[in-house]
Every structure is written in structure tokens, then in C-alpha cells.
Ligand binder design. Structure first.
Ligand code: CAA
Length: 261
């Protein structure tokens, strides 16, 4: 795909947004390529994804301001929907997605990172929702996901002031899970993805679904969501193998059942 590359290493896929001349800004073409790459992921043989940006300066510097500059109301809404649909696809993908934020994560860049399950960043990363300085609201889910991740007060402060924050502040407020040097970031993301991929894939998928679906439900409904997914694991070979290995004091053999997916 022109603006998005994909590499597979074992059970882990690496997606790279590749438009470095524009700091990986998201225009319609990039979003279209990204969606096609996500749709093509072989979910039978992939257990985790990493999303990063090409170059050393930027993860994603936002939605493309040139493209947005001439949009009408209806076109603006349609552009928002394109981004929202792709980001929601990332968020609801059955397997975990780790954002490896290697520089600017502004506007749509912060928003795409927030649609991933886990955010790791380099020490040069800058996060922010600068949209009100451009006369618009965040348009790819920022008003919703930022408040859910860092809390309503901090999200409102960031969005109303349009102040950017550095990696250490992003870590302090819980927007990222960890900060690495630029050299360490991708190896750290790969290590985490490999660890996730070494666990029972059906169980990992069930955990993602339980957490995501549960967050949109009342606690009474949410625990039922977990009960059902917990129960479904007992039909998997990984549950039988994993538990019998423990009880027989053996090392757990390969956890790899994609059965009953
Ligand atoms: N859209 C289009 N082009 C962009 C871009 C964007 N969001 N961000 C950077 N670029 C382009 C620049 O226009 C420039 O292109 P040219 O070389 O052709 O002039 C190139 O990338 C390099 O950028 P700079 O020269 O500006 O690099 P810098 O190091 O001086 O500054 C920056 C880096 C602070 C990230 C600055 O580029 C910037 O502020 N970019 C815009 C960030 C932004 O406002 N993002 C939010 C967009 S709105 C949005 O995302 C809405 C939404 O929620 C859907």
C-alpha cells in the first residue's frame, strides 16, 4: 500500500504510516490505505499488532490540514466519519494493538494512538489536540477517547487550551504506559507484542472484548459480559493444556489454539 506498510514477524504485525514528508499526516488516501492494510491482516496467524510512523520525527502530525482547509460542512462530517470508521476498526480489532509513538502525535495522531489498546512512546513524543487553534473540534474521536483515558478534567484542559504535552507529562497523566529512548521504542513494543503473542490467543482476545465491551456497559451488565467470555475459554484447548500443565508441574507447552475462535 502506498502510504502504509505492513511487515509480519512471527505472530506480530507491524503497521507503519509512511508519509514522512508531511510528518505522516492523515489525508483520505492514507486513511484508505490504512483501512486496506488492517482488513488484510491474517487474523488466524497474527496475535498482536504494532502501529508506528515512518521517520524519526513524527508518529502522526494529525489529519491533513491542506485537505481539510476547503471542506464544506457535509464534507467535514464525511471526513470525520472516514477517520472514525478506521479508528473504530482498530479499537475493535479482535487482537491487541500497541501504538509505538515515535514523535509528534497531534490531533488525529493523538486520536489514532488512543484507538490502540496500549500506547508506548519515545522521549521525543509530543501529544496534543490543537484543533481549536484551527477553528475545529477534534474530529477522529478525541473528545471521547481522551476523556475516557485521562479523565474529563484533564481532557477538557488539553482540548480547550490546545496545549501540547511532552512524553513525561503524557506518562504522568496515564496517556502512555511507558516512555523509551527513540532507539529503544520499537524493540520495547516488539517485546511487549511477543509477550502478548506467547499467551493463549483465545483468552487474550476474550480479555480485549471483555474490557472494551464492559466499558460501555453498566457494572451489572459488564460482569455478565466477562462471565460469558470466561466461560467460553473452557471450550478451548489452551485452557485444558494450560491448566493440566500447571497441575502436573510441567512447563506450559505452546499456547496456540485458534480453535473456537
Ligand atoms: N497536515 C498537513 N501537512 C502537515 C501536517 C498536517 N497536520 N503537519 C505537518 N505537515 C507538513 C507541513 O505542512 C510541512 O510540509 P511542507 O514541507 O510541504 O511545508 C511538513 O509536514 C513538515 O512540517 P513543518 O515544516 O511544519 O515541521 P516542524 O518541525 O516545523 O513542525 C509540527 C512540526 C509542530 C508538527 C507542525 O508541522 C504542525 O504544527 N503540524 C500541524 C499539527 C496539527 O495541528 N495537527 C492537528 C491537525 S487537525 C486534526 O487532526 C483534526 C482531527 O482531529 C481530525
Amino acid at each position: 500500500m502506498g502510504f502504509v506498510t505492513y511487515e509480519q514477524e512471527g505472530f506480530v504485525g507491524l503497521i507503519t504510516i509512511n508519509r514522512p514528508k508531511a510528518l505522516n499526516a492523515l489525508n483520505s488516501e492514507v486513511l484508505k490505505d490504512l483501512e486496506a492494510v488492517i482488513d488484510a491482516v491474517d487474523l488466524d496467524n497474527t496475535r498482536a499488532l504494532i502501529l508506528t510512523g515512518a521517520g524519526e520525527k513524527s508518529f502522526v502530525a494529525g489529519a491533513d490540514i491542506g485537505e481539510m482547509s476547503t471542506l464544506t460542512k457535509a464534507e467535514g462530517e464525511a471526513f470525520g466519519k472516514i477517520g472514525n470508521d478506521v479508528f473504530r476498526k482498530i479499537e475493535t480489532l479482535p487482537i491487541p494493538v500497541i501504538a509505538a509513538v515515535n514523535g509528534f502525535a497531534l490531533g488525529g495522531g493523538c486520536e489514532i494512538a488512543m484507538s490502540c489498546d496500549i500506547r508506548l512512546c519515545a522521549d521525543n513524543a509530543i501529544f496534543g489536540q490543537p484543533e481549536v487553534g484551527l477553528g475545529i473540534t477534534p474530529g477522529f474521536g478525541g473528545t471521547q477517547r481522551l476523556a475516557r483515558i485521562v479523565g474529563v478534567g484533564k481532557a477538557k484542559e488539553m482540548i480547550y487550551t490546545a496545549f501540547n504535552i511532552k512524553a513525561d507529562e503524557a506518562y504522568r497523566i496515564g496517556l502512555v504506559n511507558a516512555v523509551y529512548t527513540q532507539e529503544e521504542l520499537l524493540p520495547a513494543a516488539k517485546k511487549m507484542a511477543a509477550k502478548i503473542a506467547s499467551n493463549a490467543p483465545i483468552a487474550v482476545r476474550a480479555c480485549k472484548k471483555a474490557i472494551n465491551d464492559g466499558l460501555d456497559a453498566t457494572m451489572d451488565d459488564a460482569i455478565v459480559i466477562e462471565e460469558k467470555l470466561f466461560g467460553s475459554c473452557f471450550e478451548s484447548e489452551d485452557q485444558k493444556n494450560g491448566m493440566s500443565a500447571f497441575l502436573n508441574k510441567q512447563k506450559i507447552k505452546d499456547l496456540g489454539g485458534f480453535q473456537n475462535k
